[in-house]
Design a protein around this ligand. Structure first.
Ligand code: HEM
Length: 222
């Protein structure tokens, strides 16, 4: 999955110097939270409620990776460093993987695969409903993240579909806000970051529109 912007096949191939090392280095970095979680489990360092700790830890990292994936295009726009775009698909897929693990921890560890209880939760607890809708939005993005799917859908449709990543981000932040009973600082920070990322995209789209309008106005026959 790519969070937004150009399809993976259209990613620039520049930045050869970094290119070789950047991707594997980021891949290893993305695995570190899981290693840390495994270490905490192994050393009995998950606190009084280890199941809750695992679900929350994975939820936190799912949201962080989602925001990091969404940050790729704004960072590319602001720094003009096109090589960062090559990381977008991998970061998006890591976000999805952490969401799946987060959800599996809830289904398997918390609800012990009691699907009646899970359904009751989905219907009754609004934050679970919203979390599920975020997951439902991310799934088609993960499924269509391959070059083959980009070709099948066509770049335009693919880009349109992948705008869902922003909606999934909004749903994920709402899921978090609805979940907390007190202490809105942390979800508030995530909401602010998401707002800034969306803002950069909106301003950029507006600037592009404006320059296209000017260009066609200049080119128009008098
Ligand atoms: C994009 C999808 C999702 C993201 C980014 C996400 C993220 C989060 C975050 C950040 C938290 C709060 C962690 C904390 O307090 O530090 C959380 C809590 C939680 N999430 Fe999600 N979530 C997602 C989807 C889901 C889904 C699909 C489910 C289950 C069906 C789910 C179930 C839960 C539960 C049960 C908690 C509360 C854990 C507890 O306090 O015991 N989430 N999630």
């Amino acid at each position: 999955m790519s969070a937004s912007g150009a399809p993976p096949s259209a990613s620039p191939r520049g930045g050869v110097k970094y290119g070789r090392l950047l991707k594997p280095a980021v891949f290893i970095l993305c695995l570190l939270p899981l290693v840390w979680l495994a270490w905490r489990g192994f050393t009995d360092d998950l606190g009084a409620n280890p199941i809750e700790a695992v679900i929350r830890f994975l939820g936190d990292w799912a949201l962080r990776f989602l925001l990091i994936a969404l940050a790729v295009t704004p960072v590319r726009i602001m720094t003009r460093r096109n090589e960062v775009a090559r990381l977008r698909r991998m970061l998006g897929l890591f976000a999805f993987a952490y969401v799946v693990l987060h959800m599996l921890a809830y289904i398997g560890l918390d609800q012990v695969f009691d699907f009646h209880a899970i359904w009751r939760d989905v219907v009754k607890r609004i934050y679970i409903t919203v979390g599920m809708s975020a997951f439902a939005m991310l799934t088609p993005l993960a499924v269509t993240s391959t070059d083959r799917m980009v070709r099948r859908l066509g770049g335009r449709n693919w880009r349109r579909l992948h705008r869902l990543a922003y909606l999934a981000g909004v749903a994920a932040v709402i899921h978090y806000i609805l979940m907390v009973k007190a202490g809105y600082v942390q979800p508030g920070i995530y909401a602010l970051i998401l707002g800034l990322l969306l803002g950069v995209r909106v301003i950029n789209a507006w600037r592009q529109n404006l320059s296209t309008t000017f260009a066609s106005a200049i080119a128009a026959p008098k």
